[in-house]
Design a protein around this ligand. Structure first.
Ligand SMILES: NC(=O)c1ccc[n+]([C@@H]2O[C@H](COP(=O)([O-])OP(=O)(O)OC[C@H]3O[C@@H](n4cnc5c(N)ncnc54)[C@H](OP(=O)(O)O)[C@@H]3O)[C@@H](O)[C@H]2O)c1
Length: 280
């Protein structure tokens, strides 16, 4: 597995399993099978309401806790709950996470970030991150952080490469973890002719070429899947390398268009929504 070295010296695998929109039984299955076949990074969140299931998937995978890089996210309704981190750890069934994000720049997000810093100092989070903190939110946080985050998790794929945000990230050595790396099931990205032709050249699927592009951009990537064949394919991308010319060709697909368009109303809705956590 290729690893990224974070700005605090911690290492993170470049490929992981994402679990957004996976029902608990699917999340447990995907996590267990992924870890059994060689994955070591798992990404979940309070809001996915599958943290207990991910924890079960880890425990039944045969891997020890130390062999897994576990990432989760505090939801805005938890930012002012002083027990949010401990309750998250309890749901996952672990005494630390490798990476803890605040999920959205909504509600009292600074209180949420302070919880991350506290958890980091207490050894409950080995690395901390921000999710969806682009533009003005990143600029505001920059003035407030005591500990510089190790990661940002944002939408990124060949149609939207976060070129503006990456200028700030490079300044601080903050790593990017891509969400919607394959377009969240939208076929237009995967059907781009360049991925088909590169796939033929390297004996890979279009999805595999896109995921390799992410890792060569220096991103960590966490494709979501409940299909074991896809999960296997998504790991099997490190045995070929796109040339500089091929990376430059793919760069031409960047049209600055996201799949997900967040509004202020949506952020207010996020702050008001409370996940109905799985019961033990
Ligand atoms: N921080 C945030 O706000 C945020 C937002 C969204 C997502 N995320 C994280 O990012 C992860 C990835 O995003 P995502 O799951 O929404 O989107 P995605 O990874 O871009 O796409 C997932 C879709 O692609 C399909 N797929 C996966 N591998 C494939 C392959 N090899 N060939 C063909 N189809 C394939 C999956 O279907 P099958 O199940 O059939 O394989 C699923 O429909 C999430 O799971 C979550 O952990 C974070």
């Amino acid at each position: 597995m290729e690893m990224l070295t974070l700005n605090n010296g911690i290492k993170c695998p470049v490929i992981g399993i994402g679990t957004f929109m996976l029902a608990p039984e699917d999340a447990e299955n995907s996590v267990r099978e992924a870890l059994k076949m060689g994955y070591s990074l798992v990404d979940t969140a309070n809001a996915y309401v599958n943290e207990r299931a991910c924890g079960r998937g880890i425990r039944t995978s045969g891997l020890s806790r130390e062999e897994v890089f576990l990432s989760t996210k505090l939801w805005p309704s938890e930012y002012e709950n002083d027990n949010a981190v401990d309750e998250t750890l309890e749901r996952l069934g672990v005494d630390y996470v490798d990476l803890l994000y605040i999920h959205q720049p909504a509600g009292n997000w600074l209180a949420g970030y302070r919880q991350l810093e506290k958890a980091y100092k207490a050894g409950k989070a080995k690395a901390i991150g921000i999710s969806n903190f682009e533009g003005k939110y990143m600029a505001e946080l920059e003035k407030e952080w005591e500990i510089v985050p190790q990661f940002i998790q944002v939408e990124a794929h060949p149609y939207f490469t976060q070129s503006e945000l990456r200028k700030t990230l490079d300044k601080y050595g903050i790593r990017l973890m891509s969400w919607y790396p394959l377009g969240h099931g939208d076929k237009s990205l995967m059907n781009e002719p360049i991925f088909k032709s590169l796939g033929e050249k390297y004996g890979k699927s279009s999805a595999q070429v896109i995921l390799r592009w992410h890792t060569q951009m220096g991103f960590a990537v966490i494709p979501g899947s409940k299909n074991v064949d896809h999960i296997r394919d998504n790991l099997n991308i490190l045995d070929f390398t796109l040339t500089e010319d091929e990376m430059n060709e793919i760069a031409k697909l960047d049209n600055g268009v996201r799949y997900y368009h967040r509004t202020d109303e949506a952020l207010a809705g996020f702050a008001a929504w409370r996940p109905a956590f799985e019961q033990a």
